[in-house]
Design a protein around this ligand. Structure first.
Ligand code: SF4
Length: 281
């Protein structure tokens, strides 16, 4: 059983696999709150507190308002919205996945993305059953979207190594949190945790730092140095802050220029212009 905030089929909007049609399994829970996104440095957003205060009874998860500051997937971890996420069995998740996929199956061009919240919290023990069932219906590529702070359990690590050796492509999309997120450096930049992710054979992992200012880019470079010192040298993307168009548009060009000038990769967030970052996209 896994507590699922969202289960949907869309186009990957960020990172290395932008444009790949993908099933998103969004688990409930996160070890961070990331109230700093879109705020002046040192300040934390209170937008989601307003949403919680004005919550309409019987509102559905996908009817919640979007926020322009703080974590844009707040309802996938804030306990005040916990009741909007359902606990689902692997069997019912797979039934839904099959219904959503064209031809009811995965293939090279349809990926599975396990995201959150932070998906590598307590759910690791439940993932093998889900992944095995997805492999039975053609899964070849699996991505975890993680903040890079949660240790892989020995059992889950062994499981992933075994699957990788049998041909499953495994990606950790590591969105390590810089100080602009509002999280503390010592809790967020943990090379010894990430090192384990990138020891899985043939992994396709990469970093994706959310930035908006010169200082954020300096922070990203400092993090890259720390990871490299631990032997982690994987592709690095900078991605504009902005869960709503008005914020995203302000940042997009600037971050692309930062990438060009610093020799780093640019990641858009195509779900924002395409789908207005609505829940389920
Ligand atoms: S780590 Fe990700 S899901 Fe968790 S609070 Fe931060 S932005 Fe939101």
């Amino acid at each position: 059983m896994i507590k699922i905030s969202e289960l949907f089929y869309s186009v990957q909007g960020e990172g290395q696999y932008v444009g790949v049609p993908s099933i998103f399994v969004r688990t409930f829970g996160c070890n961070f709150t990331c109230g700093g996104f879109g705020m002046p440095r040192g300040e934390l957003s209170t937008e989601r507190d307003q949403v919680a205060k004005n919550l309409i009874p019987n509102v559905k998860y996908n009817e919640l308002p979007l926020v322009s500051t703080g974590c844009d997937s707040y309802a996938s971890w804030d306990p005040r919205f916990k009741h909007l996420s359902n606990v689902m069995s692997t069997e019912s998740i797979i039934i839904d996945i099959k219904k959503m996929l064209p031809n009811n199956a995965f293939d090279r061009d349809k990926h599975l993305i396990i995201t959150g919240g932070e998906p590598l919290l307590g759910w690791q023990k439940n993932f093998p059953e889900l992944i095995d069932e997805c492999i039975k219906i053609g899964l070849t590529h699996l991505t975890f979207e993680t903040n890079g702070t949660k240790k892989l359990t020995d059992d889950f690590f062994s499981y992933l190594v075994d699957k990788a050796s049998k041909g499953l492509e495994i990606t950790f999309s590591i969105s390590a949190k810089l100080p602009c997120s509002g999280e503390k450096w010592e809790s967020a930049i943990l090379p010894y945790i990430v090192k384990k992710y990138v020891s899985i054979p043939n992994h396709r992992s990469y970093f994706k730092f959310v930035v908006s200012t010169d200082q954020d880019v300096i922070d990203a470079q400092r993090a890259i140095v720390e990871y490299k010192a631990a032997g982690i040298d994987i592709p690095t993307y900078l991605m504009p802050v902005g869960g709503v168009n008005s914020v995203y548009e302000l940042n997009e060009r600037q971050v692309a220029d930062y990438c060009r000038d610093n020799g780093l990769r640019f990641s858009p967030r195509i779900q924002v212009p395409l789908y207005k970052n609505a829940w389920g996209t």
